[in-house]
Design a protein around this ligand. Structure first.
Ligand code: GCW
Length: 830
């Protein structure tokens, strides 16, 4: 939404503030299971090496490789990255020997490209570059010679074409397609219906369900082959992408066995795209949906978008903003939506829409939208019938009601359940669902903003229809760099709760800053709610297993737009990727997924995989440090949320002001949410509740979210609160300096275009991290009456300078030129 010179204007937008919840396992580093596991000797381990980037926190790097575990996807294969000579067919002007496990072995020799052609990022992680390692290339050329498929459906045709494309690229050879295996090296793909080879494996497919796959090295007609098998066409499509992912990571093929089924049924992107082509909180250009040209003209990007989503297991998309325009439900727009649904269908992607609750009035000629009104109910029934007439597999409706000015059942004295159930009754006969958002807060200034969703929804538990999910953001405030898990996870046993994550980085540096969200997602998913005793993690609540729900969903607010690189920056692609992979398997390791993404997106060179994975893994904690350390939240500037604004205290509503959230004064800082304060901790189950409530056990990362602390209080580090704040703000900036150094080391190893663009954004991030640090320390220091301890760099400017800054000029590509000078690090003297 627009920038807010006028604070009065976008009051609603600002509100989103507070809240934290803790996660017992917060800040976990990514050890544990991977999305894809390998139980073979050496499928090419994907752990990261500890590079010189340094570590500052528990979420930062972790050395060593970790390979296995029982994720939803398991794999067996043998062979490490081929390592030998420098003479790759396509590359190798020079060779270097790298150490580190990331590339698949220590002391490995990896040729690096003489002149890697510039890339614009449009290929994402689906680049299929020819292998530069001769041994592995030879193995692939022998084992992957032709694709055997039936072409029996559009989905199978897509899967087969993807295999041909991927194998051709990776092997640099011509890959043919045929109906039968014609010698060694067949890649056979299909279902029991479409393939006699797969039919022979039918008993092994039962456990795979409707979306799982099995990819295996087998003997077919006396010849070595690889079979991609599934019960359904879309399962086979997912299997082809799994095989290609394996190959893009240069893993061996001997005894290959990859199998996986998703743990979450609905893996959705939520697009906050407006019908005028703008995107709320979008930093990657305009909306992909060209409503003006639809339905007659179909941009090639629609299919590319669907393909990219399918490659990471996403199976649904809500096309329009939750701040909805009723017009999307009009006949002329539904024809456009149908055209998109037709493109997406063969990729296994269902279309959903957001519904504006007052649509019966706005486009239906009704005088009310009261859910108890029979004419209103009938209007929705007819509308839903109309939708299914056009789109028989329509997924359902997402609703933001009675929140930030959106209409809802509350306007008529009805509850959220009454509103949701009316829509659910209309959708039910067609198999559609309602996703009713819990991001609500009342019009009156609350005692504590973060309590509101729980206070409002908890009493409604048990009142929703079976095809309703309540969709809650990961934390109780609003997509902050760090907040505790939302207490609605586990708090509504009778209701399936969908997890809403933000992929676009509204509060985490928007387009430019590198902040790998896999760390954040994993932290939330692994947090133990204790709802049904130990082990009731958010992941287990969301997958339905804690309370036995059949419906399960994870939604991500998309970061995708019309930019050539899709996501506004090359590094932001990692967040789209890891979102999809974790939605498929919420137990996968964000660390391993980071390495997996780097291998496919940049290079398998250990001297790229190691440092770049480490950059990703340290990035989120670095950002938390330089923006909102120690449990601070929502101290961003008004409206656009870009840059620091901890001093803002004059917005119309108390709970729109950063000062409401940090509560700093001469004595101390922090929001007391224990029994002596708002008692928001009571919304959690013990022992999480007690851990948050006690000053002794609350993790430092959530300290000021739950407690008010004196500036002089001593923390675990031995530093007092003020010193710790200075330390963390400074550490965050220096970490960005380390990330820049690490990136500089890959210059010769990837293409110049992407290298340069990432380097430029890292420079911006570095300056802006310093801006955050200096502005916040100036402000908090003045409030506390404390000086920055000696040994630290002094802030570059006086507080008034930061308060007077007027940026960004463009909130969709936010920049602040007046702070782009000087050397940001070191802020802590070495
Ligand atoms: O994070 C806030 C955003 C709003 C958004 C709202 C919501 C779509 O600042 O832009 O509106 O949350 O999630 O509804």
């Amino acid at each position: 939404m627009g920038d807010g010179s006028a604070r009065r204007v976008r009051a609603f937008e600002l509100l989103q503030c507070v809240a934290l919840l803790i996660a017992a396992s917060a800040c976990s580093s990514g050890s544990g299971s991977a999305g894809e596991t390998s139980n073979a000797a050496a499928g090419g381990s994907v752990g990261t090496t500890g590079t010189s980037t340094g570590t500052t926190s528990s979420t930062a790097t972790s050395a060593g490789s970790s390979a296995t575990s029982s994720g939803a996807e398991t794999s067996t294969s043998s062979g490490t990255e081929g390592s030998t000579s420098s003479g790759g067919a396509t590359t190798s002007a020079a060779t270097t020997t790298g150490s580190g496990s990331s590339g698949g072995g220590s002391d490995e020799t990896y040729p690096y490209p003489a002149n890697a052609p510039d890339e614009d990022g449009s290929s994402l992680w689906l680049r299929y570059s020819e292998l530069p390692i001769p041994e592995r290339l030879a193995e692939y050329r022998a084992a992957l010679t032709h694709v055997v498929g039936s072409g029996a459906s559009p989905t199978l045709q897509i899967a087969e074409a993807e295999l041909v494309r991927g194998l051709s690229g990776l092997t640099g050879s011509e890959i043919t397609e045929s109906a039968e295996a014609t010698g060694a090296g067949a890649v056979v793909i299909g279902t029991p219906e479409s393939s006699s080879v797969v039919a022979g494996m039918a008993d092994r497919l039962t456990a795979l369900g409707s979306e799982g796959y099995l990819v295996e090295a087998l003997d077919v007609g006396g010849q070595a082959a690889i079979v991609v098998a599934a019960n359904t066409d879309v399962g086979a499509l997912y299997g082809s992408f799994a095989l290609l992912r394996h190959l893009q990571s240069h893993r061996g093929l001997e005894s290959l066995s990859l199998t996986s089924t998703p743990k979450i049924k609905l893996r959705l992107l939520n697009h906050w795209d407006n019908l005028d082509g703008s995107i709320e909180r979008g930093y990657a250009g305009r909306s992909l949906w060209d409503w003006g040209a639809l339905p007659d003209t179909l941009s090639p990007r629609y299919a590319e978008y669907a393909r990219a989503n399918a490659s990471i297991g996403i199976n649904g998309a809500v096309l329009n903003n939750v701040n909805a325009d009723a017009e999307i439900l009009s006949g002329s727009y539904l024809a456009k939506v149908k055209a998109l649904a037709d493109v997406f269908r063969p990729y296994g992607i269902k279309v959903y829409l957001t519904a504006r609750f007052s649509a019966p009035i706005e486009i239906g000629g009704q005088s009310t939208a009261d859910p108890a009104d029979s004419a209103v109910q009938e209007w929705w029934q007819q509308k839903v019938e109309e939708i299914y007439g056009l789109i028989p597999d329509f997924g359902g409706l997402l609703v933001k009601a009675n929140s930030e000015g959106q209409p809802g059942p509350g306007d008529y004295g009805r509850t959220h359940a009454e509103g949701a159930n009316m829509l659910a009754d209309a959708l039910g006969p067609f198999g559609g669902i309602v996703m009713w958002r819990a991001f609500v807060y009342s019009d009156a200034t609350p005692s504590d903003r973060i309590r509101q969703a729980y206070d409002e929804f908890k009493p409604l538990d048990g009142q929703f229809r079976e095809n309703v999910m309540v969709q809650a953001k990961n934390g109780p405030l609003d997509f902050q760099p760090r907040e505790p898990f939302h207490p609605l996870f586990g708090g509504m046993p009778e209701t399936p709760i969908a997890l809403e994550l933000q992929v676009t980085k509204e509060y985490l540096g928007e387009d430019t800053h590198l902040a790998y969200l896999g760390s954040l997602y994993e932290e939330v998913l692994a947090a133990d709610t204790y709802a049904d005793g130990e082990g009731s993690s958010v992941a287990r609540v969301v997958d339905g297993s804690v309370y036995g729900h059949a419906l399960s969903a994870i939604a991500g607010v998309a970061n995708i737009g019309s930019d050539a690189n899709w996501t506004g920056s090359h590094m932001n692609q990692a967040n789209w990727y890891v979102f999809g992979r974790l939605a498929w398997d919420p137990d996968a390791s964000s660390q391993e997924l980071a390495a997996e993404w780097v291998r496919q997106t940049f290079s398998n060179d250990p001297l790229v995989v190691g440092p770049v994975t480490d950059m990703l893994l340290m990035s989120r904690q670095a950002l938390v440090d330089y923006m909102t350390p120690l449990g601070l939240v929502h101290i961003m500037a008004t409206d656009h949320h870009y840059g620091p604004g901890p001093w803002v205290d004059d917005l119309d509503r108390d709970d729109w002001n950063p000062t409401y959230y940090h509560r700093a004064d001469a004595d101390g800082i922090g929001f007391d949410r224990t029994a002596s304060g708002s008692n928001a901790v009571e919304q959690y189950f013990a022992p999480a509740r007690d851990m948050f409530a006690s000053r002794d056990s609350v993790p430092d990362d959530f300290l000021l979210f739950f407690h008010r602390v004196s500036w002089q209080d001593t923390l675990a580090s031995g530093r007092n609160l003020w010193e710790e704040l200075v330390y963390r703000y400074s550490r965050g900036v220096d970490q960005v300096g380390s990330m820049r150094e690490a990136w500089a080391g890959v210059e010769q190893r990837i293409d110049g275009a992407r290298f340069g663009e990432v380097a430029e954004f890292l420079q911006i991030q570095h300056w802006e991290a310093r801006w955050w640090r200096d502005a916040c320390l100036q402000y908090f220091g003045q409030v506390a009456g404390l000086e920055i301890p000696s040994g630290y760099a002094a802030p570059a400017n006086a507080l008034g300078f930061y308060q007077a800054l007027a940026c960004p000029a463009d909130a969709t590509k936010p920049r602040c030129d007046s702070i782009y000078s000087g050397e940001p690090s070191p802020t802590i003297l070495p």
